[in-house]
Design a protein around this ligand. Structure first.
Ligand SMILES: Nc1ncnc2c1ncn2[C@@H]1O[C@H](COP(=O)(O)OP(=O)(O)O)[C@@H](O)[C@H]1O
Ligand SMILES: [Mg+2]
Length: 322
């Protein structure tokens, strides 16, 4: 298949031919069946996810601190003083909502990835909004996480505009079944979430190489801001990244899981967050459906397979070359 060949995804018959999974099937047959509800709080709260990751020896971005009460908000400037860059996020947020990335700061103010300046008052107001539940599920009161800035690996230079690219891997019963890189754009303001306007690049499970890419559900060949050709993208350290995602199965107990990984310049692959209801757009970015892969795993007796064996199996069977 030629690189950015353009299959006609939108025709329903073609969709089902490709085994594209819809929302109902995902909710009922996979999330409902494989994700015990009692485990949701572990992944719906980023603070808890960090705790279990650290307990399992999985690398995560440094936590500078948390703010859970209004009277602590005025300590924000002091908390971040010694950190060159940081990120403020709601513990129970999703889809990039309520995340503010600050790449540097000095006496004149705080600089976002776009170069836009924020004052300490702006940031404190933002934290207050997080506490009030503006970005949390169901509008419940929330906690603000202040996290160290991730410095993304040089190999992604030009692929992402003003923000950290992340790699989403769908892990089913501990097997990495489909992957996509998400690249931030001018539209997505330093965040790599598709609904914020990031580019999604389907990544071959076998090789870690780009398959095709989409932005706002439409195929794209080049990064809209940097012009870099997306077909050349190759995720470095692919095996390690797959093993890290696959091991999130044991760590979380969730059978159907989305793992968000980032590659830090100094610390290598890290886990950013886990998702118990990962989106379906990864299929569009890959030009392939999840269902055939999920069914293949369901037919397998995989209980005693190790992380390394599961990764080997996935690389062999879910590669576009196979
Ligand atoms: N510590 C950080 N440093 C830099 N960018 C970050 C950091 N944390 C998150 N981001 C950016 O924000 C995006 C969303 O973060 P994430 O923690 O996955 O929250 P959400 O649940 O909203 O998707 C990431 O993909 C990344 O681009
Ligand atoms: Mg995320």
């Amino acid at each position: 298949m030629g690189f950015w060949s353009r299959p006609k995804f939108t025709r329903p018959r073609v969709l089902s031919d490709k085994g594209i999974m819809g929302m109902n099937r995902r909710n009922i047959d996979y999330i409902g069946r494989y994700n015990p509800r009692r485990l949701y709080p572990l992944v719906d709260d980023k603070l808890q996810t960090k705790r279990i990751a650290l307990a399992c020896g999985v690398t995560v971005p440094d936590l500078i601190g948390t703010i859970s009460q209004q009277h602590q908000v005025r300590h924000l400037a002091e908390m971040v003083q010694e950190w060159p860059g940081f990120c403020i996020k709601p513990a129970k947020g999703s889809g990039g909502k309520g995340i503010t990335v600050i790449v540097r700061h000095d006496r004149t103010g705080y600089t976002k990835p776009s170069g836009a300046q924020e004052t300490i008052d702006d940031l404190e107001r933002h934290v207050s909004n997080i506490l009030a539940g503006l970005y949390s599920l169901g509008g419940k009161p929330d906690v603000a996480l202040i996290e160290a800035l991730i410095n993304f690996d040089d190999s992604f230079e030009g692929y992402s505009f003003e923000g950290v690219p992340d790699t989403r891997v769908i892990v089913f019963k501990g097997f990495p079944v489909m992957a996509m890189m998400r690249l931030s754009t001018d539209a997505s303001d330093g965040k790599a979430n598709l609904h914020q306007g990031a580019v999604g690049v389907g990544i071959d499970i076998g090789s870690g190489r780009a398959i095709r890419a989409v932005q706002f559900d439409q195929p794209v060949d080049h990064h809209p801001d940097t012009g870099r050709q997306l077909s050349e993208l190759q995720v470095p350290d692919w095996e390690t990244l797959l093993q890290l995602s696959a091991s999130c199965y044991e760590m979380s107990g969730l059978g159907y899981l989305g793992t968000d990984m980032v590659l830090d310049k100094l610390r290598g692959p890290m886990l950013l967050e886990l998702n118990a209801r990962p989106g379906l757009a990864i299929q569009t970015a890959n030009g392939a459906g999840l269902l055939p892969r999920l069914r293949r795993i369901e037919a397998l007796d995989s209980q005693r397979m190790s992380v390394a064996q599961r990764v080997d199996y996935a690389r062999e069977h879910f590669s576009i070359a196979s």
